[in-house]
Design a protein around this ligand. Structure first.
Ligand code: C5P
Length: 241
């Protein structure tokens, strides 16, 4: 059921369960969100992928960042769907899997530029809220608990040290046979944290009522078990792991 606020924004009924999972890149949000979605059977939203999809479409259409109307049109017409995968959230655009393409470095760099634009963030706001439907939603991003779903009853802010996040990325890339440089990865992660935390619009920061979880020394399974316990404590989901 949908309610309409006086501001004209539609919000899903408060009875539909919702968890927000925010944090910096590489903290393990995608894996945690996918595990939670599989455990609960709820929908999952990868909001970072929406910004990456806008970036990918803009690159393919050779749109410049000055073309605000073009970027707004792309943002308003994204037909994206998400499902829990083995190592994170799987993304489809018009039913076609696109997760591989979204991971390209040029798409990531463009995503961080379009994510700083008010016109794109405004166009994606209601689209993100539309994913809040029965039987529930796990929303993964940077501003899920602060801007998009401030009413969520459980907000997780997942962090890990920059060194640990760089090490995880390094191991992933090495396992794929890619030639990578650890200190270069660490510098990229630190630069991205800096941009995400200091931008004017929806900067990366924990909501006042978020629960901070540091995954530096914990395995994905330990973090998952901790959040499942919180779900039970908050009476959002009754089955524990
Ligand atoms: O999480 P991911 O790396 O896929 O995010 C891609 C880009 O989208 C990043 O630059 C991030 O800052 C931005 N983003 C955002 N708000 C979100 C999710 C991601 O600005 N809720």
């Amino acid at each position: 059921m949908m309610n309409t606020t006086t501001a004209g924004q539609e919000t899903a009924s408060a009875s539909v369960p919702l968890i927000t999972v925010d944090g910096p890149s590489g903290s393990g949000k995608g894996l945690l969100s996918a595990k939670l979605a599989r455990h609960t059977g709820w929908q999952v939203l990868d909001s970072g992928a929406l910004y990456r999809l806008v970036a990918l479409s803009a690159l393919q259409a050779e749109l410049s960042l000055d073309d605000e109307a073009g970027l707004e049109r792309i943002s308003l017409n994204l037909d994206a769907s998400f499902s829990p995968g083995d190592d994170g959230i799987d993304v489809c655009l018009h039913g076609e899997p696109v997760a591989q393409k979204l991971r390209h470095e040029d798409v990531g760099a463009m995503a961080s530029k379009v994510a700083a634009m008010g016109v794109v963030r405004a166009a994606l706001l209601q689209r993100q809220r539309d994913y809040w439907q029965l039987p529930g939603l796990i929303a993964d991003g940077r501003d899920m608990g602060t801007v998009v779903f401030p009413q969520a009853k459980l907000k997780v802010f997942l962090t890990a040290s920059a060194e640990e996040r760089a090490r995880r990325r390094y191991n992933q890339l090495m396992a794929k046979g890619e030639n990578v440089n650890f200190s270069g990865l660490l510098r990229e992660i630190e630069a991205r944290d800096e941009r995400d935390q200091n931008r004017a619009l929806a900067p990366l920061k924990p909501a006042d009522d978020a629960i901070l979880i540091d995954s530096t020394a914990n395995s994905p399974e330990q973090v998952f078990a901790q959040v499942c316990q919180l779900l039970v404590e908050k009476q959002l989901f009754t089955e524990n792991v």
